[in-house]
Each structure stands twice: as C-alpha cells, then as structure tokens.
Design a binder for this molecule. Structure first.
Ligand SMILES: Nc1ncnc2c1ncn2[C@@H]1O[C@H](COP(=O)(O)OP(=O)(O)OP(=O)(O)O)[C@@H](O)[C@H]1O
Ligand SMILES: [Mg+2]
Length: 555
C-alpha cells in the first residue's frame, strides 16, 4: 500500500489566537500559579499573621486577614490560580474557617509534587500517594479528636475565640465569641441524637459608629429601616404584622398615558379616586387586625398618611431575604396580593420598636412567635472595621455551628498537623517505593502549618519543626506553636481549640485541589473574544445581545 503523502499545509484545529501548553510545561505553569496564590495568603496565617490591604478597581479598600476574602478580592486570572480561589470558597461554604490553611497546604502539596516530578515520579503515582495520605490523615484526626458536649458553652466559646484570634478584631474576641455562641445555641435544634443549626436563622446587621464593644445579641430581628411617617407610633406592643411583597401604591401604567382634563373638577375627582384606592388598601389591612406593616416595596405618601391616622407602624423597602426571615420569625406569611391578606397571614411579635442607633434609626422586632429568631447588630469605628468584624463573626458562628453539629475538637497551633505528619511517616514505611515518597511529601507539606505559624511569629521554622518533631515522637500529641510566647507549648493547656470538622475539610479540600491540578497535562486556552472594529473607526461597541453574541449583520 502506498504511504499517505505528508501534508504540505499545516492542519489548524484550534481557532486563531488559542494557545496550548502540554506535559511538564503545563504542570509547571499551573503549579507556579497555584503556589503564588498560596504564597500570598501565607503571611496572614495565625494570630501573628499580617493583614492585607486590597484595593479594587473602583478604589474601595478592604483590610483583612481572612483567606477567602483575600483571594476573592485578588481577582486572579490564571485558571490554576482560579482553582485555588474556588477551593477557599468551598472550604468557607462547608465549614466557614480554615481557608488560609487549606490554600497554604494545597500550595505546598504542589510544591512537593514538583520535586517528585523532577525525580521522575509520575503525577498519577503522586496523586495516588496523596489520596492515601489524605485518608490516613483523616483517620489520625478522628483518633486524636476530643469529644465534647454539643451544647456546652465553654468549649464552643473557646473554639470561637481561637477562630477570631487571627483577626483584626481579636481584642474583642471574648465578647464577640460570647455573642456568636449565644446566637448559635439559640437557633440549634435537636434532631434525633444530633443538633442541626441553620445559620440563615441568624440575622447579621452592621452599622458603623461607636465601637466593636457595642456589638449586641438581639433576641429577635433588626431591620436597617426607619418608620416611614413621623405621625406613626415608634413603638407597638403585641404587634400583628402584615408582610407585603407588593407596593402600597396605585399601580402606574407601563406605557405613557395622557389624561385630558377640561376643568378643575375633573382633576380633583381623578385625585380623589386615587386617594380612595389608597384608603381602601389601608382599610383592608386594618380589617385583618394588623397594626404593623412591613413592605418589601414602597409605600405611597398618601397611604403613609392613612396608616399613621390608623395608629399603625409601617416600614418600607425591606429586602427580600429579610422578608423571608421576618416570615419565619413572626410566623406570618409574605403576601403578594393585598386582596389575599387575611388575619391568618399576620405575624406576631411582642414588640416592634424604632430605636436610634448612632445617627440612624433602625427597627427592632423582638419577642417573636418563633423563639429561635436571633440577630446580631455589629458596631465599629469605621466601615472597614465593621466589615472585618462581620467576617470574623461569620467565622465564629461557623466554627460554633461545626462543633454543635459534630461535637469533636482538636487543639490548634499546628499540633494536629504534626501528629498527622508523624502518623504518615510511620505509614509510609509500609508502602511500595514511589508511593512512599509521595506520602512522605504529604507529611512534609502538612508541616507547613506549624512552620508558617512560627515564621509569622518571628520564629525560625527549622528550629520549630525539629523541636516539634522530637516532642511528638515523645508522645506529646498537643505540642504546638505558642505564637505569643514564641516557643513550643501544650496547646490543650493553652485552650486553643479548632473544630475537627474544619481540619478534616481542610485536608480534603487541599488534597482535592492539588490532585486536580496535578492531573492536568494539557492546557488549551481560547483566544480572547474581541468586539469587531466599527466601520468608521469610531468607538468600539459590544455586539448586541440580540445576535447571541455574534457580530451584528452588515447592512
Ligand atoms: N493562640 C494561638 N496560638 C497558636 N496558634 C493559634 C492560636 N490561635 C489560633 N491559632 C492557629 O491559627 C490557625 C488559624 O489561623 P487563621 O485563622 O489565620 O487561618 P485559617 O483559619 O486557616 O483561615 P481563615 O480564618 O482565614 O479562613 C489554626 O491552625 C489555629 O490553631
Ligand atoms: Mg481562622
């Protein structure tokens, strides 16, 4: 058979502008990008970690040491770097804390893998070794975890304090931890032998002003809205609350309408008709027995006036999630059509009151039908501090919830990581050749947690690791980095505790991210889409949506 003739012209498979990298080049590029991301959060780990100032394209400034926030705000471009950002997101959504740890460990796992690849260990073998190491690590954590009582405030508070030790608001960690734990216990529900906690039941509102010490736990809800009319009562006891989704206004036509008025009387009767309609709307609410109205949309001035005359308290433009929370808390129903409103749809609260908070007014709904409804009102000197306090309280709420749901804790300061490394080194001996190398690399990678904690506290990472290794060999399983004294100490005695759930998820997420990136040996990047140039050289316009992203047809 005749041999096929070689092609004279190159065969183009990819579109113009696409790029492709394969094999080692692809690994190297991905690993480098992911490690740079990990490097960026490294200095923020632990109580002695530094904060980062991030300025977005609009010039907004965020100062934080929260791993997820740093990565979110960094707005990275490289696909492997984006995967790391996703990992931090997953960690945050699953357990709410440990995002920095996860990203740092994932970066280190990739760094160690690069060393192995250079020694000709195939990535598939590394992936297998890493997976085995991860399951051994999880087993070790389960083994050393300390069981606690799910509703015991003492441990929940210690866990919450640890999670806030590394934040900007750490000075107020005791008080904020107390608030977070109280809120979580308030919404915890027993289901069978376990407790379930839905953090959506906790409303978190923030208002710049005063100081973080003025942050309060509220048994009820709080809306960042004021009572709409000065003639309305500012306080209603035994409130029966109508929750309306539609506006208390006369509907406007969707098209421009013209009304020809020939004499003044017609104009007056037109206005009177509008007034009558608004009055009827208010009458409908009054007829159900309601004395408070919370409206998701606007309330017409005239309707406000009628409501005030009836002695009702009204709030307008509450946002949708708040409406849902209000319905859950007060046992009411959000009604779309006012005609459907009945007495049964009204929610109940002991007290609805407008209070002055700083320069603004907020509406408090307390003593709700559902006793579990809870809110936290965060205060702080500036908007930046209030935002960071919110992120810290989020972490504290999450870790307290994690322990309520899975009542096991670990001492922190890198001590569980050292135990994992020790167990892995023992385990590695039982494995064949190259996999053994991968498991040992995993052990070294996980040790980056204590060494980074130490490094951030100004200690020498090599000294720290060698002392920690020898003390763990001797059976001191809670020996970790005491970042405040600058030496190795028993973390259990120092009462630095992290939830087991956070550490387990960190191992899982970090391993998944690293192995996913390691498996990629081909990166194909499509060329960037560009808007077509305009015929007259004028400013470029994006293609209109009507053509499904295609350039508009030529006329
Ligand atoms: N007083 C302390 N002494 C030593 N280590 C501590 C102390 N308090 C907390 N840590 C440790 O600091 C680490 C947590 O640091 P940090 O909160 O900065 O990062 P993260 O929880 O991994 O991520 P993030 O909070 O940004 O989501 C944990 O390993 C924890 O055990
Ligand atoms: Mg943390």
């Amino acid at each position: 058979m005749a041999k096929p003739k070689p092609f004279k012209t190159p065969v183009l498979i990819l579109k113009e502008g696409s790029s492709r990298s394969r094999g080692r080049d692809a690994w190297r590029a991905n690993t480098t990008a992911a490690r740079i991301v990990a490097e960026a959060v490294k200095s923020a780990l632990g109580p002695k970690g530094m904060d980062k100032m991030l300025v977005n394209s609009l010039g907004d400034i965020t100062v934080t040491s929260d791993g997820r926030t740093i990565l979110d705000e960094m707005d990275v471009e490289h696909p492997a770097a984006k995967m790391m950002v996703e990992v931090a997101k997953t960690q945050d959504e699953e357990v709410g804390d440990g995002t920095s740890t996860t990203v740092i460990v994932a970066g280190e796992l990739l760094g160690k893998a690069e060393g192995l690849i250079n020694k000709n260990v195939h990535p598939v073998v590394i992936v297998e070794g890493y997976n085995k190491a991860a399951s051994k690590a999880l087993e070790t954590l389960e083994k050393i975890a300390i069981p606690v009582k799910p509703t015991e405030k003492e441990f929940l508070k210690k866990v919450a304090v640890t999670s806030m030790a590394s934040k900007l608001v750490s000075e107020n960690k005791e008080q904020l931890a107390e608030i977070a734990v109280e809120a979580v216990l308030h919404v915890a529900q027993k289901v069978g032998d376990e407790y379930r906690t839905d953090l959506d039941d906790i409303m978190v509102e923030k208002k710049p002003g005063e100081s973080v010490t003025e942050t309060k736990f509220i048994e009820g809800l709080v809306l960042d809205k004021e009572v709409v009319h000065s003639g309305m009562p500012k306080r209603v006891e035994k409130a029966k609350i109508a929750l309306l989704e539609s506006a208390l206004e006369v509907k406007k036509t969707e098209f421009d309408a013209k009304i020809n008025v020939n004499h003044l009387g017609q104009m007056e009767s037109f206005l009177r008709e509008e007034e009558k309609m608004l009055k009827e709307m208010v009458e409908k609410i009054v007829a159900t027995g309601g004395n408070v109205v919370i409206c998701q949309k606007g309330i017409d001035d005239m309707a406000q006036h009628f409501l005030a005359r009836k002695g009702m308290l009204a709030v307008q433009r509450a946002n949708k999630p708040d409406m849902e929370k209000l319905a859950k808390a007060t046992g009411g129903k959000v009604v779309t059509n006012l005609d459907d409103l009945t007495e049964k749809d009204l929610g109940y609260a002991e007290l609805v009151e407008e209070r002055k908070i700083g320069d603004d007014k907020m509406t408090f709904i307390e003593g709700c039908k559902n006793p579990r409804s809870t809110a936290i009102l965060i205060r702080g000197g500036t908007e930046g501090i209030v935002d960071e306090a919110e992120r810290s309280i989020h972490d504290a709420l999450c870790v307290a919830r994690d322990v309520v749901q899975e009542p096991k804790i670990l001492a922190g300061g890198g001590s569980p990581e050292m135990e994992i490394a020790r167990a892995l080194r023992d385990h590695a001996e039982s494995l064949p050749g190259r996999e053994q190398l991968a498991v040992q690399s995993f052990a070294e990678a996980i040790e980056t947690v204590p060494s980074t904690l130490g490094e951030n506290a100004g200690l020498d990472p090599i000294d720290i690791l060698s002392e920690l290794r020898s003390r763990h060999e001797k059976g001191e399983k809670w020996a970790g980095v005491d970042v405040f004294k600058g030496k190795i100490n028993d973390m259990k005695e120092l009462e630095v505790y992290d939830p087991l759930a956070v550490k387990k998820q960190a191992i899982k997420s970090a391993t998944e991210a690293a192995t996913m990136i390691l498996r990629i040996d081909d990166v194909i990047t499509a060329g960037k889409m560009q808007a077509p140039p305009t015929p007259h050289g004028g400013p470029r316009k994006m293609p209109s949506a009507g053509y499904g992203g295609m350039p508009p047809p030529e006329h």
